[in-house]
Design a protein around this ligand. Structure first.
Ligand code: CP
Length: 359
């Protein structure tokens, strides 16, 4: 996070604003801190009243200029569970449709008194531009082909949660050692995927061994700067040797179909069918960021397998986004209920994660 991560000092000093624009800003330490804060919010989510007063008096705007189900609703749920006021900006009913510019729009919304913008946009770099225009924190909720940092964080959280549970260890204080040497295959439309970009950066920072599996036409033109161990065109050969098989959505809206002879052929070579899933080790995990093209990159019966984490990823997304908003904006006390974890108040204009403690 710019201003919270270890590399964010200079930007942080500018008005004390803090942003989450890219996984690249966080480094392993920053990712670990977010995952650890998320543990407390997973616990909050299990309470009968899963709400804490941490962001009372704060206002969060979700500004989505591209379709979303999971990201938008989980950010709005996260903000409400933190007791923030939420403004849900809808492009279709806004004056953007009358030709108002994005800059005028965000400056107008900011003038109403906003603490954070959660921004999704079809253009790479739009959240970074918003961060330059307004005096509020900005979270990148997916920008073009660039990045989707909170998706990568919730994916890492989910992997760590499952591996820690399997090891019989408590999550709190479990660190991120489980990622070192973890073999992860990221399969499919890497070229058009902001999820893949953020996830590769996160897994690379944490020491995982990432293999990209895709037809050549669905790989980026260059992999310079991508911390991947291998690239393969042969999913069947890769599957027996991975701990996590992460499937990407074939992004038809970004023209993925033009890079393939046919969707049917893509599915025949790269779809995770039940026959292919049987090649995975017994402990291997299956993940997908959603929305899924069932029968294309993942078969119905594979989604239903016990090792499929698709809905667990969604559930964890709320807690991880609570952690991100809390770390950007929070100054209050989380956990007012009996026996609840308490997150100590964060003081000063540029809070650091090191001040967050579990009870
Ligand atoms: N994974 C994801 O970003 O889903 P949405 O497009 O539904 O938000």
């Amino acid at each position: 996070m710019t201003g919270l991560g270890r590399q964010g000092g200079a930007e942080a000093a500018k008005g004390g604003r803090r942003h989450l624009l890219s996984i690249a800003e966080l480094g392993a330490e920053g990712i670990e801190e977010i995952l650890e804060v998320s543990d407390a919010f997973v616990e909050v989510g299990r309470r009968s009243i899963p709400k804490v007063p941490s962001l009372r008096g704060r206002t969060v705007v979700t500004l989505f200029a591209e379709q979303s189900t999971r990201t938008r609703l989980s950010f709005e749920t996260a903000a409400k569970r933190l007791s923030a006021d939420v403004l849900s900006f809808s492009v279709d009913t806004s004056s953007l449709k009358k030709g108002e510019s994005l800059r005028d729009t965000v400056e107008t919304v900011a003038a109403m008194g906003v603490d954070a913008f959660v921004v999704r946009h079809t253009s790479a770099g739009a959240p970074a531009a918003v961060a330059r225009w307004v005096d509020a924190s900005v979270v990148n909720a997916g920008d073009g082909w660039h990045e989707h940092p909170t998706q990568a964080l919730l994916d890492c959280y989910t992997i760590r949660q499952v591996l820690t549970e399997r090891g019989g260890h408590p999550l709190e204080g479990s660190g991120v050692g489980c990622f070192v040497g973890l073999r992860v295959a990221i399969v499919g439309d890497v070229r058009h995927s902001r999820v893949a970009r953020s996830l590769v950066l996160a897994l690379g920072a944490l020491g995982a061994e990432v293999t990209l599996v895709a037809p050549g036409s669905l790989l980026p033109p260059s992999l310079v700067g991508w911390p991947v161990a291998k690239v393969s065109y042969d999913l069947d050969a890769v599957l027996p040797n991975v701990d996590v098989c992460y499937l990407l959505r074939l992004q038809s809206e970004r023209g993925a179909g033009a890079f393939l002879p046919s969707v049917r052929e893509y599915s025949a070579w790269y779809g995770l069918t039940s026959r292919r899933a049987a090649l995975l080790g017994d402990d291997a995990l299956v993940m997908h960021p959603g929305p899924m093209n069932r029968g294309v990159e993942i078969a119905d019966d594979v989604v239903a397998l016990p090792q499929s984490l698709v809905l667990r990823q969604v559930s964890n997304g709320v807690a991880v986004r609570m952690a991100v908003l809390f770390m950007l904006l929070g100054q209050g006390q989380v956990g007012s209920g009996g026996g609840a974890p308490a997150l100590a108040p964060i003081s000063g204009p540029a809070p650091t994660l090191g001040t967050v403690v579990g009870a």
